[in-house]
Design a protein around this ligand. Structure first.
Ligand SMILES: Cc1cc2nc3c(=O)[nH]c(=O)nc-3n(C[C@H](O)[C@H](O)[C@H](O)COP(=O)(O)O)c2cc1C
Length: 160
């Protein structure tokens, strides 16, 4: 099962988190991931992917305008795929949750099945998606990997 990870990153934090998402998802047997920036998307891989993760820095309490522009102009068929999100921010309470909700709402409009894992797998809960302050504390990094692994495991079972 292919899982695409599309992210925007100016200073590298979100890129580092994208790599953790890949690492976590690949713990599930048969999962093949690919990280790509919004400037260099492998359209063939995304078209074959069952899941697409979107990663963004928080800008003024919401997701980055670069990610918004990419999604607004994207011609890829994302409908019917599972969409998940992750975000980075500088400060606790800096708006990453809102960035994720705004990003998830755009995925809904694209016709994606949005998934957060939520409380379905017990502690630690993932409310909207993974969040890291900058490139993440050790605990946040661990949660990113767990989130991605849980998504990959659930979707793998769903499509079997
Ligand atoms: C224009 C701009 C706006 C930002 N707004 C916020 C914000 O509202 N809250 C916050 O916590 N961090 C904010 N930041 C910090 C970034 O979200 C944070 O450094 C992020 O990890 C950068 O990701 P990147 O290294 O992948 O580019 C902002 C940064 C920029 C450049």
């Amino acid at each position: 099962m292919k899982i695409a990870i599309i992210y925007h990153s100016e200073t590298g934090n979100t890129e580092k988190v994208a790599k953790l998402v890949a690492k976590g998802a690949e713990k599930v047997e048969g999962v093949n991931t690919k990280c790509m920036t919004i400037d260099d998307v492998d359209t063939g891989f995304v078209e074959e992917a069952k899941v697409v993760f979107f990663g963004t820095p928080t800008y003024a309490g919401t997701y980055s305008w670069q990610m918004k522009k990419w999604l607004d102009t994207c011609k890829l068929k994302l409908a019917g795929k599972v969409g998940c999100v992750f975000a980075t921010e500088n400060y606790l309470g800096g708006g990453a949750d809102n960035a994720e909700l705004a990003l998830l709402s755009q995925l809904l409009v694209k016709g994606m099945f949005v998934y957060s894992v939520g409380g379905s797998k017990g502690q630690p809960y993932t409310h909207f998606g993974a969040v890291c302050i900058k490139d993440g504390t050790a605990e946040q990094k661990e949660r990113v990997e767990l989130f991605a692994e849980r998504v990959a495991d659930s979707v793998n079972k769903l499509f079997k």
